[in-house]
Design a binder for this molecule. Sequence first.
Ligand code: SAM
Length: 305
Amino acid sequence: MEALLNPDVAQACEYPGNESRMNWESTPFPVLTDAQFHQWQALLEDRTGMYISYYHRSLLQSNLIIRMREIACASFDDYYAKVCAKPSGIVEWNTLLDRVMVQETRFYRNPESMELFCEYLTDQIRRKSRNEAINIWSVGCSSGEEPYTLAMLCQQMLLKEKRALSNFGVTATDISLPVLSKAREGIYNVRKLVDLDRRLVDQYFEQLSPDIYRVGSELKQKVCFSMANMIDVDKSPLRNMDTIYCQNVLIYFRKELKHNILNSLVERLAPKGLLVIGQGEAVDWQNPHVERVQNNQTLAFIRRN
Ligand SMILES: C[S@@+](CC[C@H](N)C(=O)[O-])C[C@H]1O[C@@H](n2cnc3c(N)ncnc32)[C@H](O)[C@@H]1O
């Protein structure tokens, strides 16, 4: 089963070998009661859409304990009250969110989806007049690898079609403020760049040290990061998107919410716009305004006119 909560943090808590590193006190770990589990489960789903099943209960417990230890909070109830306090709880809520969310991402993740994106982008570029811009939205963008990849590929396609290289923009949104600030910095270890074509690395990154690279300012200017919660996507001012790329986010939501979000994303697509979601993330969803792209490796839809 897909890891729902951040498993790295949980491991640090669960394995006794890590105790000295975490500097645990000798007090025993508290155990989430059923009532407490349901309280946290409801809070997380209500605020983020993320549904934590009973199967992930111990992972949730571990993630909470790690954070509670850091701030010397002894009980789940006290921590819950701290997170829910108004207005001060918002800071702790954002920290917790960053700890519990799975933020795994990669440059050029899911090559088949990226290839599909390039294929449809070529059509979109050809259909547009020279001064019409291409608009792309990366939903649940994490630390930036996905939107920067989309921006690099878009610029490459514009180059191929002999169009103005600046005539596009990528909007990248996420619920987590800490990942967004990492994304804006655009600084990555060389290990993160292994899936990228060497020519793209040379063209779009500057090397800060043997192991550290930074996204160049020209590419950075094309990507606009902002905080947005997908559960409020029906209120988003974004419209007329040529591509909406939403991979590895919807898996955490229950079916009804997932379908509502997808319907709202469709409303934000331009005619013939492309919606890319992760394979298997919404197999039973249908919407009369989109047509499924025939592709075995990627789940994608095109908006009808
Ligand atoms: C597993 S990462 C996927 C990153 C990227 N899309 C990819 O496929 O590589 C999931 C991201 O979705 C974000 N996320 C989860 N729930 C969200 C919500 N309700 N609104 C916006 N972003 C959310 C998380 O913060 C995390 O950065």
